[in-house]
Design a protein around this ligand. Structure first.
Ligand code: MG
Length: 361
């Protein structure tokens, strides 16, 4: 949905970028392909982009996106129509991501540094590539593409949020993305694993660990705000803002919430639509961050432990140093935006296929 709403100059490039990485990820996720086949396939994946007609039919029966690889020749022929600068960025990011994926096939996310590196490979690189495409299209300034640290943080904020939220689903499928350096601080016996947090007797330690990782993710917010404030094109702004507001809403819903260890914490559909509609300007984006950070802060007990105190300190610093200089809280402006948003929500729900739109969110 966000790709479809991009300006004409960007839509094909971003769409192909997405499909190429989706193809790469379909191979990475396929547990029926043995590593000795998978690793060279991933490492050569960027070179297939310059081989018209290349397809892959070796996916396992349960890969829902296998048809993308079966008809990958279509993606390649569209890729080859893109302007050279876009092609270079897409191939370059694909190559780097594939190498990162193979690196983490042979080792785990142990340290907090590994966590940043893993998230850089699977999400930060996407942010860096997108920013280069925005700049090369001429719709954004060259600085957007150049300031890679900010683009990387945009990706890390989203990826860490997903990893934190998906604790249970990932653990139950044998995948562990919570960094051991972080979670081992909260289990008494270091030989035990992450599954300890599901036990009722460990619920307080589980919450402490959850909040500790959320604190880590919250530290990316100043970069996110800095990145967003550079953007000039409305379609690029919306494209970038939507996942970011979903992420802050998700983190705020997960904070100190034992539900993360019991099921999936989801943003209510109405809330999601409201966020999408509100996040169309820098002022509203700041208002959403301000609102969620304050909500989180208000739920922290004043006599909380060290981790809770750290959350308060991160939130207060972010509000004061990052959000306040750019944003003066105005209840009228925000409620006006809310009113316009709610009216538009009825329109969207009425005119579009509600399930398709909302399920995709
Ligand atoms: Mg994957």
């Amino acid at each position: 949905m966000v790709i479809q709403h991009l300006d004409d100059d960007l839509r094909p490039a971003i769409c192909i970028f997405y499909l190429v990485l989706r193809g790469l990820d379909t191979i990475e996720d396929d547990m029926t392909i043995p590593n000795e086949t998978k690793i060279p396939l991933l490492q050569k994946f960027d070179t297939f982009l310059s081989q018209p007609g290349w397809t892959f039919t070796g996916s396992g029966p349960n890969e829902k996106d296998a048809h993308l690889l079966v008809e990958f020749n279509v993606v390649i022929s569209e890729y080859l129509k893109l302007k050279p600068a876009f092609q270079t960025t897409i191939a370059d990011i694909t190559r780097k991501m594939a190498h990162g994926m193979t690196e983490f096939m042979t080792r785990k996310v142990e340290t907090l540094k590994d966590w940043d590196l893993y998230c850089h490979y699977v999400a930060g690189l996407v942010g860096i590539g997108l920013s280069k495409i925005f700049s090369d299209s001429g719709l954004e300034s060259p600085d957007v593409g150049r300031r890679e640290e900010l683009s990387n943080s945009m990706g890390l904020f989203l990826q860490k949020t997903n990893i934190i939220r998906d604790y249970l689903e990932d653990y139950d499928q044998g995948r562990i993305f919570w960094p051991k350096e972080g979670w081992s601080l909260f289990v008494s016996d270091p030989s035990k694993d992450l599954g300890e947090f599901k036990r009722p007797e460990n619920s307080q330690q589980a919450l402490n660990c959850l909040n500790y990782l959320i604190n880590n993710a919250l530290n990316h917010i100043p970069d996110v705000i800095e990145y967003m404030s550079q953007l000039k094109n409305q379609s690029v702004f919306n494209f970038c803002a939507i996942p970011q507001v979903m992420a802050i809403a998700t983190l705020s819903a997960c904070y100190n919430n034992h539900g993360v260890f019991e099921g999936v914490i989801k943003i209510r559909k109405g809330e999601a639509v409201k966020l999408i509609i509100q996040s169309r300007s820098m002022t509203n984006l700041l208002a959403i961050f301000d609102d969620h950070l304050r909500r989180m802060d208000s739920r922290i007990l004043t006599n909380g432990n060290k981790i809770n105190q750290e959350t308060t300190s991160i939130i207060q610093t972010t509000l004061k140093k990052t959000i306040a200089p750019r944003y003066v809280r105005s209840p009228f402006q925000f409620s006006l935006a809310l009113f316009v948003g709610l009216v538009s929500t009825f329109g969207i729900v009425f005119f579009l296929n509600k399930e398709t739109l909302l399920e995709r969110l």
